[in-house]
Design a binder for this molecule. Sequence first.
Ligand code: PAF
Length: 295
Amino acid sequence: MERIAKVAVLRRRIDVARREGARVGLVPTMGYLHAGHVALVRRACAECDFVVASVFVNPFQFGEGEDLDSYPRDLEGDAAKLETAGCHALFCPDAEEMYPEGRPLTHVHVDVIGDDLCGAARPVHFDGVALVVTKLLAICEPDAAYFGRKDGQQLALVRRMATDLSFRAEIVGCPTVREADGLALSSRNAYLAPADREAAPAIFGALRVGAQLVTAGEREPRVVVEKIRSVLADEPRLDVEYVEARDARTIQPLARLDGEVLLAVAARLGPARLIDNVVLRIDGDSVEVEAGEIT
Ligand code: PAF
């Protein structure tokens, strides 16, 4: 695997791959990779001939007082995992390489999709994500870019942005990867103290109860949300930020649960802010539940 820190070098390398006929895949990450990231890279490698994984902790998607400085980093460990997964190039620029003029004057804002849920608690977050993903898509011009479904709102926003801005990349959403007890893998799980780690699977447990209710025929969003809230209330360590049932594509509220639905939770647990979701595909009486995969 090649390790590349410069935009110009990466562009030249991708040009060579493309001239050889390669389908190019991009896996954007902020590093401190876990099995969920590795699954993205493996999927990209199965579907593409030349796969670039980026490791860049993007400062502009962190708000004031958030965890930019303490965000876990382990570039050597990341490189080893990427190499094992079959990745062809690790793109690991520093902030100066990505933002040579400092704070960008150009903003990428996706209306509506990023406004509430995580966007309400983290007002600058999605503009920062949209900007850096735009830059990575502009630098790599991949045929496909891979994102985890755990960040369901981010995935919806990136999909819409890629359509609105006519990026060539197909945006591929990949299943959430979970620990054996159901906790969704996240680099931020590193912040969990032992007692918080023990409490954390309650989030997925509550989402599963919500999904079961829908499978049993409930279609009223408020009823499902209240059920999830009541299950979460059994875990006193959780400070619940939101519980929502939304259209998975637009992240807008639904009068009734139908089509592709995102049941989503955000909760604080000690110093960690955890998010998780399940996707329901509802067609009349039939409900398909996508809850992710156990490692
Ligand atoms: O999901 C993430 O890790 C980040 O938001 C992303 C997409 C790599 C942009 O920095």
